[in-house]
Design a protein around this ligand. Structure first.
Ligand code: ADP
Length: 501
């Protein structure tokens, strides 16, 4: 398979393989994401459970201290409201204390508000007879506040039911700070109260997202520890980032493969075009060699056999012989020079010299064919031309090629203008015809080796396709350049710009 289909097929195969690879990559990324998510949740749960246990233990310890202290105070026969006040100042975690005797009498506070009444009623309702006897500790929820209830034994006043209401703000300040201060890592711990309000956070939450919550034990009923992960660090985000990188690298790879294939395709097309042009070249050159040779032979034979009617005709035959042999020489020179250029052996002998004699010499060598083919030549050479560095033989060859083309590619309007004028320090030499002209799109390519515009073939004009490549090489060896303008149907003008010394 050749042509544009092969690279397309390769690209298709590469693309399909790439798609399969992308699908596999995506699946394994998903699996990785799920595993990472599971692991994160497990770690988060462990961290949250540990935090909850720490807080719980700290709360229980503070409560135990408080109870032990009030128990000790209650043993004192003088235990009364003042001792309770003193106890309160030592235990700021509790913002209210309630004491009742077994007979239901309220010993503390001395005067109570309706809010206190609610707590006392709840205490009385919750505490059974067994609790009075067996003792123990219980957390009650009264209007959303935690009240720790226990029975103090051994007081001279008999067993006392004590209710200690916890101050949530003090809890955050004194207990949570201390218990959770050492929390490290990138996740944030948040303690949420029964109403869902965050009571304490290990760090500002800003853009963190909750991962999970776990409940506390009995000491903090309805409270929860929530674990937050900073945004962008969740496995989903990490996988998404990874997938983006993966996809970008992938797109780049596909782009590179595509570019490589296009480049290969172009190279391949160019090579096959050059191969085609080369074989055309051989055919054209052989044909170009044959025509003048057969003319020479025919006229030479005619002369040899003395079959010439008159002297004028004889001179004309000799002229044909000269013209055709010059043509042959030019063709062979072109081919030889071209092959020297191709192998890098072409040398130019450049020295300051005048352009005018070169132009005249070329015109002289073309005088005959120009005249014979009915061309009117308008020559205009400026009188003030400076000498420029040049290789006269090479310049002759370049001009001869331009003149030859001007004749070849002229149709009915057989007019050629040859101009040499000053251009800065240098000289510009122009050869203009009124022939078939050159389309804009071909103006670059005609200077490529072997390149011929399709029409030159169809219009039966002979040529090898190396003439303009030679012209370009020669003028560039002189440090100059060749330009072309004109319009299809209106003729062409080639200009050699030769810089001064
Ligand atoms: P060729 O041997 O075919 O003339 P050249 O390299 O001299 O090769 O020219 C390349 C092509 O450029 C020609 O085949 C022709 O199509 C086009 N060309 C060159 N000179 C002229 C011109 N004066 N007018 C129109 N077309 C031209």
């Amino acid at each position: 398979m050749t042509g544009p289909r092969l690279p397309l097929l390769i690209f298709g195969v590469v693309f399909a393989a790439a798609l399969v690879l992308a699908a596999l990559g995506y699946l394994s990324l998903r699996r990785w994401e799920q595993a990472a998510e599971r692991q994160l949740r497990e770690q988060a749960r462990d961290a949250a459970v540990m935090a909850a246990e720490k807080v719980e233990m700290a709360v229980v310890r503070v409560e135990q201290d408080g109870i032990a202290d009030i128990q000790a105070a209650a043993l004192d026969p003088a235990f009364g409201p003042e001792a309770v006040e003193a106890w309160r100042s030592r235990h700021p975690l509790f913002d209210a204390v309630y004491l009742c005797g077994r007979d239901g009498r309220v010993l503390y506070p001395v005067g109570w508000s309706p809010e206190d009444g609610l707590v006392i009623a709840a205490l009385r309702a919750e505490i059974s007879q067994g609790f009075w006897d067996r003792g123990g500790r219980r957390h009650l929820d009264v209007g959303g506040r935690v009240v720790l209830a226990t029975v103090l034994q051994g007081s001279p006043r008999g067993p006392l039911l004590v209710g200690l209401r916890r101050d949530d703000r003090a809890l955050g300040r004194d207990v949570l700070d201390r218990a959770l201060a050492a929390t490290e890592g990138r996740s944030a711990l948040v303690v949420v109260d029964a109403s869902g309000r965050s009571v304490w956070a290990s760090r500002p939450l800003e853009s963190a997202a909750p991962v999970l919550t776990v409940p506390f034990g009995e000491a903090l009923p309805a409270w929860r520890v929530a674990l937050y992960e900073p945004a962008g660090l969740a496995p989903r985000d990490m996988v998404r980032r990874q997938a983006m990188t993966f996809m970008a690298a992938f797109a780049l790879l596909l782009g590179l493969i595509g570019t490589g294939l296009v480049a290969t395709y172009r190279l391949q097309r160019r090579e096959s075009e050059i191969a085609r042009l080369k074989s055309d070249f051989v055919a054209n050159v052989s044909h170009d060699l044959k025509t003048p040779l057969s003319l020479i032979r025919m006229f030479a034979e005619t002369l040899e056999m003395d079959r010439v009617p008159d002297e004028a005709r004889r001179r004309e035959y000799y002229a044909v012989l000269t013209r055709e042999s010059e043509r042959l020489t030019r063709l062979i020179d072109n081919v030889l020079d071209f092959s020297r250029i191709e192998s890098g052996r072409q040398r130019y002998d450049i020295a300051p010299g005048a352009v005018e004699p070169v132009v005249h010499e070329v015109l002289e060598s073309f005088r005959h064919p120009l005249h014979q083919q009915g061309f009117a030549v308008d020559v205009s050479i400026a009188p003030d031309l400076p000498d420029v560095p040049l290789d006269p033989e090479a310049l002759k060859q370049a001009l001869a090629n331009l003149l030859d083309n001007a004749m070849k590619y002229s149709a009915d309007r057989r007019k050629i203008a040859v101009t040499a004028r000053r251009e800065g320090d240098g000289v510009a030499v122009e050869v203009a015809d009124e022939g078939i002209g050159i389309p804009m799109s071909e103006r670059e390519r005609i200077f490529e080796k072997f390149y011929r515009i399709g029409r030159s073939e169809t219009q039966g004009r002979r040529g090898s396709g190396v003439g303009l490549a030679l012209v370009k090489h020669i003028v560039e060896a002189h440090g100059g350049r060749v330009t072309v303008d004109g319009a299809p149907g209106a003729g062409s003008r080639f200009t050699l710009h030769l810089p001064g010394a």
